[in-house]
Design a protein around this ligand. Sequence first.
Ligand SMILES: [Zn+2]
Length: 283
Amino acid sequence: MSYYRRASSNQGQMSAFKIRLLIAGAIVLFSVVGYFSNTDINPITGKPQRVGGMTAQEEIVLGIQSAPEMARQFGGISHDAVARNEVSSMGNRLVQALEQLLQESNRALPYQFQFHLLEDDRTVNAFALPGGQIFITEALYRRLNHPGQLAAVLGHEIGHVLERHSAQQMATSQMFSGITSAVGVASGDVSGQRMAQMVTSFIGMKYSRSNELESDRWGVQLMSLLNYHPEHMIELMNILEEESGGGSTPDFASTHPSPANRREHINLIVGEIFKYGIPEGMQ
Ligand SMILES: [Zn+2]
């Protein structure tokens, strides 16, 4: 009340009061906004998670803008048109099956998926950028001997996108400033150097053990929608184990969690998904 009295007697104090009111209002507003943007509900899984208020659209833009640099760092896009086509059509089949599954519960896929085969024939790996840009190296692709294994790789990477693992990591690291510059990314207002830095962080990004296991679950789920036997996921783990040879590279060739742990976990997932046993006639 005293504020009103003093304010009415002095024009200068009146405006000081107004300013303080505005600041207080702004503080309240920011804390409310902060509160709500702290926890984001994942549109696919329905789980609360912290992605710093980043929208699916921002993730898509970030992924698309980072994709050429990602490709460049792994020898560019593969020159093998047949193999490229095999990768993208398998990816698209998985996405279609996923979309159908989501439709049944009136949900839509907020992401735009694109699947790329990279020329690198030495680095056994696969990656997912936020928003749906997915990559597999020729080195990994050439070691696969069944389409079900390719479905397993791509299904796992789709899982990272759906679970928003990169966005989650970015929100909890210094890369947060990278997120806020997503608007700059959208307008093409990011220097090549900054983009290269961002992509390097994506490549070096270590997902947590639980992130990997969540993505393995998606892998098994998605490949089963295309009638591929879950055994191919186990075969994939065997291939990765042979190839890792003690060296640690990000994501798929990562030794964390170890292929043995993952195999064990995959068998548990398979038991959950196929409660009444694995149907006959899976490929
Ligand atoms: Zn992974």
